[in-house]
Design a protein around this ligand. Sequence first.
Ligand SMILES: *Cc1c(COP(=O)(O)O)cnc(C)c1O
Length: 719
Amino acid sequence: MSGELWLTGVDVFRLIAAALVIAIHTSPLESFTATGDFLLTSVLARCAVPFFFTASGYFMVTRYAKDVGRLWRFERRTLLLYLAAAVMYIPVMIYKGDFAGHEVFIRLLRGIFIEGTMYHLWYLPAAMTGGAMAWYLVRRHGYPAAFAVTGALYMLGVLGDSWYDLSELIPPLRWFYGEVFTLTSGTRCGLFFPGLYFVLGGWLRERGSGQKRGRSALGLGLSLAAMALEALLLRRAGWGRRYTMYFALPAVSLFLFSFLLTFHGRRLRCRGAALAAYIIHPMVLIALRAAARLTGLWEALVENSLLRFLAVSALTWAVSIPAAVICDRLRHKEGPAGTRRAWRELDLDALRHNAGELLRLCGPGREIMAVVKANAYGHGDFETAAELERAGVRAFAVASVDEGVRLRRYGIRGEILILGYTDAEYAGTLGKYRLTQTVVSPEHARELGRRGVRLRVHVKIDTGMNRLGTRWDDLEALRGIFEMKNLKITGVFTHLSRSEGTGREDAEFSALQGERFEQAVKGLERMGFRVPCRHIQSTYGLLNASVPEEGCCRAGLGIYGVLSAPGEKTARRADLRPALSLRARVALVREVHPGECVGYGREFTAKRESRIAILPIGYADGYPRSLSKGAGHVLIGGMAAPVVGSVCMDQLAVDVTDIPDVRPGDTATLIGVDGESMIRAEDLAESAGTITNELLSRLGPRLPIVTCHGGAGAKDSWK
Ligand SMILES: *Cc1c(COP(=O)(O)O)cnc(C)c1O
């Protein structure tokens, strides 16, 4: 996305892979060396198509998804491309006689759905089948299961391809392939071949960066050598029905792709040329043959395999590169999706960093429970939870059952604790989505227990906050909860009410709460109950309070890299980085003469010749109205522009008289870094008369979330 570094290595290899496919179909070394030709077209070049599948999987397959959008877009694009390519090759099919003879209909159906209407077009229906299969398996069953299923199918594919004669010796396999080959001429099709590579692509992305170039290169070299050996032995033995799939090929693809992922840089404008070249090169070959036959002049050219390869390549690239560049121009006129008006930018690296920092403070053996209630404090629950789970966080907390269900639907697997009250009526939902409910009172426990659904719960113990929870000194009530049928108690916790402060009284009250909690736990243990996982601390508890350090830390603010108010001192220092920026595009800049007013109620009257920029963001987006009339400011070009007049529902005005060259389309920063300047959420909240938590959790409804790596992300990448 916007702030991410472009995968230049992958883009460049797209073109190389297309060149390898052209080599497969033109055999450049045929005139010179049979073994060399085999090694090039049947071994080396065979990494091209798996590479394309892996690349598609990398961008499309995911454990975490808001909806089926990515899959659907991929399928639609591939289908359209396939239709266009099929239409393009109709004359060739007529010439080849595909529409004549017996069983035209069956042959056409097989061509359309399995093998492609031209020999190389099998790739497109195969990508549609394999992509959908991988997406489904990964989403529903996770990577291990997806690897197992697609890996097994791939093995069947290899046994029906380059290892075919071995299968002939094994009766069940012989029968199996006998059946398969009545449907398709080879196992190189959507069912057997692509799935594994799509899964591999998604897995590589989700595992995150961190590939080592040297190690990948070494692995690539070794696996290529292994594949060459495998292929040469099979050819010597004459076992292959075809030589397109090998057992060593997945390893080659893994190392090749890992290697390519280490090259970052600029976006290649002609990357689309690879696909175009893939589709048109057989046409170019046919045209070249026809021309050669007609003129006689080029006969030599077609017969010399190297010249043939070069001629087809030259013509193919001459058409596909300009076409790709033009398409790229047309498609990339727009900036990153979501940045048209006003948007939130989420720095995924900051989230990871903060989780690591909090974990460090927690000390060994403890874990973070990431609190992602209220749409992850306005940071986007899906984006935040998915990234944290990828980073190794295994527990999450939300406020309501609906928030928990949302996370499950997005693919979050870890424990999800609902901190707030849920009516027992929803016991079924809690069970179905494997959500852990907080028992907020003895009555709540009875209600939940009565539903006849076995539920995982954490028992909240009130130690002085007097909000939710059963009193620490009411051991009889706690016993009742622990004896409740149907409740599987997997944790007990309490919440500190004065951990924000660093004063003596604050520390004393936190310590008292800690003691009360201990007392309750000890009491329960004396009654013979096993008290599992205990947790007390939230972010401030971790940073300030001297309470028993055990169990997990329920961290919200700290994960997002903010504190409640500016300049707060904490007992322990943490290096936390704000993860969220808020930006808007300048809609227009107008001149306002002295004496003229801006906005509702004539709140602002220009005292000088002024330039006023209008920003398309207002209090309906969560930008507080209390920041009107100069209480708030934004950054444009790294300089401060005060808010003038009142913040409206959908827009606000800022004074840019002192900032040179502000133009419509420029980016204004409302929270975050711009050049040398920065607006902290804490400061903005204070100006608005509230705390960071409220400000951030109210950001939203209309503000899309753009993820990036590194703070300045999207803003730098385009203006
Ligand atoms: C919201 C909440 C937290 C998270 O607090 P932060 O100060 O954001 O870390 C922890 N525990 C409970 C019970 C909460 O409601």
